[in-house]
Design a protein around this ligand. Structure first.
Ligand SMILES: NC(=O)c1ccc[n+]([C@@H]2O[C@H](COP(=O)([O-])OP(=O)(O)OC[C@H]3O[C@@H](n4cnc5c(N)ncnc54)[C@H](OP(=O)(O)O)[C@@H]3O)[C@@H](O)[C@H]2O)c1
Length: 325
């Protein structure tokens, strides 16, 4: 495994981050396709054995049970000082007032709930899952700074939002001497490259670590266009991401298959190698529901695509409507 610094921080992260949205009690929360605790544990163990030290979850995944399952397994299998646990806040955890969003009250309550579920006294990276248009960003940033100062998070990060929003937040933190976002978790893959326009150059300029979610387009880049899996059939958010540009997307998927066949490697390795080579990406957050998915992710780190292969993978892409936030 290769390790790199997360943006301009001194934090070492593996070039593959394990996405833990796949692990959680299936009938809790919004992801009926998740693996339960017993089926999830081997993935966390195998990831650690392969040198992956970076794990991403969220309070909202499977109604908190992803944090519980992941926290318990990491406690058993890993050395806390070596691993990097990332979680998120914003999604609605309860019906009624103050159940979600990024107010000071919600952040202060949710960090404690996450720590309790994860069974740790700090997270390494505390991320805002989305922008909250109903809370002043100053309130959110000051609360996050207090979370860091209280020792409950080592760093803070952000996830999908407009580039102007992210730049505004970075600037306000700087003006106030508050902890600044060190990472951007955004949607980047061969089927969605709109982040190359503004967000990726901004992250490069500001030294922000980039950790894309759904780097395999939720599996669409790994198989024939028509092929469905039990996850793809019940993944309603995933379905909403791939409607607008289906014909163009299909050509990209076919090109991935072509290059994989020429190299005699699985398609997932080609699609992930492309993400890994795209500057300034730090580590894709990979979802694994079968153990060979992890092996492919780890193998992708050592694949170097040629300029010609990259051109062939990219040439069929057409601009997509902005999505993912
Ligand atoms: N910040 C955000 O808003 C946000 C949003 C989404 C996700 N995330 C994070 O990103 C992580 C990854 O998301 P994701 O699961 O959508 O990512 P992904 O890596 O694009 O998709 C994972 C899916 O791709 C298929 N797959 C993976 N490896 C494969 C391989 N080697 N061969 C064949 N198929 C393969 C599997 O599909 P099947 O299960 O269908 O076989 C798997 O469930 C999440 O766990 C979460 O931590 C964050």
């Amino acid at each position: 495994m290769q390790y790199v610094k997360l943006g301009r921080t001194g934090l070492d992260v593996s070039r593959i981050c394990l996405g833990c949205m796949s692990y959680g009690i299936p009938d809790r929360g919004a992801h009926p396709w998740t693996l339960d605790e017993q089926s999830s544990r081997p993935f966390i163990k195998q990831a650690l054995e392969a040198g992956i030290n970076f794990f991403d979850t969220a309070n909202v995944y499977s109604d908190g049970t992803s944090e519980e399952i992941v926290g318990k397994a990491l406690k058993e299998y890993a050395n806390r000082d070596e691993i990097v646990i990332a979680t998120k806040v914003h999604g609605k955890m309860r019906q009624g007032a103050n159940g979600g969003g990024l107010s000071r009250k919600v952040i202060m309550a949710e960090i404690d709930h996450s720590l309790q579920r994860l069974g740790t006294d700090y997270v390494d990276l505390y991320q805002i899952h989305r922008w909250d248009p109903n809370t002043p960003i100053e309130e959110t940033l000051e609360a996050l700074n207090d979370v860091v100062k209280a020792g409950k998070a080592r760093y803070i990060g952000a996830s999908s939002m407009a580039s102007w929003q992210f730049m505004k937040a970075l600037d306000i933190s700087k003006q106030n001497g508050w902890a600044r976002f060190v990472s951007m978790q955004n949607y980047v893959n061969l089927l969605y490259r709109e982040e190359e326009r503004e967000m990726l150059p901004l992250c490069k300029e500001e030294g922000i670590g980039v950790i894309p979610w759904s780097p395999l387009a939720r599996g669409r880049l790994t198989r024939d266009w028509e092929e469905e899996t039990s996850r793809s059939e019940s993944d309603s958010f995933g379905q909403s991401l791939y409607q607008a540009s289906a014909e163009a997307d299909r050509k990209v998927v076919e090109r991935v298959a072509e290059i994989a066949s020429e190299r005699d490697i699985p398609r997932a390795q080609v699609a992930l190698a492309w993400v890994l080579q795209k500057e300034p990406i730090t580590a894709p957050i990979v979802g694994a529901t079968k153990l060979h998915h992890l092996q492919d992710a780890v193998a992708a780190v050592d694949i170097v695509l040629t300029e010609d292969e990259i051109n062939r993978l990219e040439e069929s892409y057409i601009p997509h409507p902005v999505t993912g936030f």
